[in-house]
Design a binder for this molecule. Sequence first.
Ligand code: NZQ
Ligand code: ZN
Length: 389
Amino acid sequence: MLGSFSYCNPTKLYFGEDSLNYLNAELPKYGKNIVLIYGGGSIKKNGVYDDVVKILKDSGKNVAEISGVMPNPTVDKLYEGVEIARKHQADFLLAVGGGSVCDYAKAVSVSVNCPEDPWEKYYVRFEEPSCQTLPVGCVLTMVGTGSEMNAGAVITNPHTHQKIGHVFADEKIMPKFAVLNPKYTLTLPHYQMVSGIYDIFNHICEQYFSGEDDNVSDYLSEGLMRSVIHSSRIANRAPQNYEARSNLMWAATWALNTLVSRGKSTDWMVHMLGQAVGAYTNAAHGMTLAAVSLPYYRHILPFGVQKFKRFAVNVWNVDPAGKTDEQTAKEGLAAMEGWMKELGLVMNVSQLGAGAEMINGIADSTLIMNGGYKTLSRDEIVEILKECL
Ligand code: NZQ
Ligand code: ZN
């Protein structure tokens, strides 16, 4: 049975090969002072930077830049960007990049006019902004996080070994618009492409593996998962296949834009474990999720057998005839494991640089959620992490 919820997603999407042209229509809606935010230089190599800058110039904007936003953006980089945006008296923030750049732009947006320390306010105390925020637009170049159409902003504090995501409650933090051109993603290295693919898939799992009620979100999730598996196999063999890459881009947005979480308590423990691993290793986000997923799901399977069985049958086409529910459920995870290996995902945390000596620290850094099939104890977290080595 569905409970009560509200739903509003104000992000306007422009999808397709000509989608950047719509920047011309969006920019006049905002003030003159724009801060262009991007990462370590991929957009300069593939020409996206030149195309965006030309449109900004033609529309008469006064542009400052925050460059070098690193994967898993840090709190120190956030402080630096806030200073640049303040000095420039920014009216609008334009993020051009992947999830890190989009997240970072949202973090700057809520911090520019914030008199308090944003790390303490948003990432330690999880408060909502009480100041004026800046509008954000996004030109996406990496597929996976869904940051282009949600209110999440993940920031890493390397000093305290914490990687924390704040999903802001107020939809005004979501990007005002996002430009989704699948062509821009064709220059991604294979490692980043498959990391993003697993991120998409796991976002859906995190929302799917909760609740026992009949819920439309689960049917939507199963369709999205099947589409991701199908397109990922094509993209893995032929990364330049536009059809597959465009479907992955669209699926990523719908996997984490608040739709399939409606009516769900949601799990998110793979992300909590993965983010803690990320805080210690600075590894690519999707790979941290891949490295912890199977030990986690095998651990909680006995507490959610019926859902894992449904996952096996509806997503992985496992035939349940003549098998116990638990056998069918386990075959589903085995099929998922086969697919993960086929894509070349990292299957343990050791390969990401995490060793046994880090387990206690990673466990301390793992936030415990209670929306899934089992609320973990710290001892269980340590046990699972040991299996991830
Ligand atoms: O920095 P550049 O030079 O641009 O290179 C990036 C970066 O090294 C490169 N890249 C991006 N687009 C490219 C490209 N290289 C070639 N061609 C292109 N078109 O890819 C690398 C990774 O980029 P990044 O933005 O870090 O990846 P991703 O999109 O996976 O974002 C990861 C961040 O998002 C957070 C993660 O925790 C992590 O900090 N997440 C945000 C979420 C949200 N907002 O809801 C949810 C997610 O679960 C996730 O936690
Ligand atoms: Zn994720």
